[in-house]
Design a protein around this ligand. Sequence first.
Ligand SMILES: NC(=O)c1ccc[n+]([C@@H]2O[C@H](COP(=O)([O-])OP(=O)(O)OC[C@H]3O[C@@H](n4cnc5c(N)ncnc54)[C@H](OP(=O)(O)O)[C@@H]3O)[C@@H](O)[C@H]2O)c1
Length: 368
Amino acid sequence: MANKIKVGILGATGMVGQKYIQLLQNHPFFELTSLFASPKSAGKSYLEALNSRWQMTTPIPENLQNLIVKDVFDLQNLNLDLVFSCLDLDKNSILELEDRYAKAGVVVVSNNSANRSTGDVPMIIPEINHSHLDLIAIQKKQRGYKKGFIVVKPNCSIQSYLLPIFALINSGFEVQKILVTTMQAISGAGYPGVSGLDLIDNLIPFIAGEEEKTEQEPLKILGTIENEKLVLKSNLQISASCNRVPVIDGHSASVSLLFGEKKPTAEQILEIWQNFAGLPQELNLPLAPIQPIIYKTEENRPQPRKDRDLDKAMSVVVGRLRKCSVLDYKFTGLSHNTVRGAAGGGLLIAEMLFKLGYLKTSANQESN
Ligand SMILES: NC(=O)c1ccc[n+]([C@@H]2O[C@H](COP(=O)([O-])OP(=O)(O)OC[C@H]3O[C@@H](n4cnc5c(N)ncnc54)[C@H](OP(=O)(O)O)[C@@H]3O)[C@@H](O)[C@H]2O)c1
């Protein structure tokens, strides 16, 4: 592509930032030109700023090793079309910073939780609610943004089960109650994250703020836009218990569902999952998994180490579908938390924004 979209990463030294760097190598639409981190990393080469924190299993790209890291709070001379925002920073600072970037004419795709409950900011899982991108025009009008806007990606743990549930709802089977117990990987806490002494030979039955996000975010994702406002899904109750487990990558979830009056058979559920595809597959986006929901028939799957990397680590892997003696059905879900749940999910949103014409190179813009 002659004019690629110029991209920066806010939080390039962190766990999610590193995954973005890995996924953006040789990307057909995007060219990574700027790396941002905290003021203490600013002015250093990327290699120096990392200070041995690189966690990926592929080498640090050579063309980035000597690139000077910029201060994320310094927005002078940006020359960017898009930033991926993945910062370990308090909510108010993130709200202010993402607004500043959007005002400066840059599209922000955010992995941070700060803007997830903001009414005019769409929270997107591309296979589920691309129609919420209609909020972008409303957001731009309300805030006076010209070229920039903000889109967020939801919490990493809900990725492992919301897509299979959406596929059932979308096929006409209303879901009324969800009981979910998550088993979340260490990399979900960033680097250095949870101490080895706390987690080896152990399980921590608490992740700050996670149960609230797990119970609330699906209601926004499954909501509808009415009269220029996003209305949360009603008649759906979710109860979540979130645990940190000694797995490096891959969040798992044990899920029980109660359907409305119309209840599917197990065969229907499997067929719906097998045949499910969304807009990313239709648009043939580079990072879209060919099969977004993969069902493993073995009785002891999905397992994080064996199944998290399926189809570019972007598929949601499910298994163990069976009758629930309290609700209707139960199953186990798994997704790669730093790929589908973080950088891959953000990149898939950006690819969709590009293909749908929301993102244009500066060369194709009339003005900011
Ligand atoms: N890890 C996951 O699986 C995952 C999944 C979904 C969402 N998220 C979210 O993504 C965000 C980043 O997570 P992470 O796991 O990548 O965290 P991380 O490894 O701790 O990285 C944090 C990044 O934020 C920067 N930073 C830290 N303090 C800062 C400050 N005071 N001012 C400006 N920048 C600062 C760091 O730069 P320096 O190196 O200069 O300190 C680093 O680049 C968080 O909001 C997290 O909740 C993470």
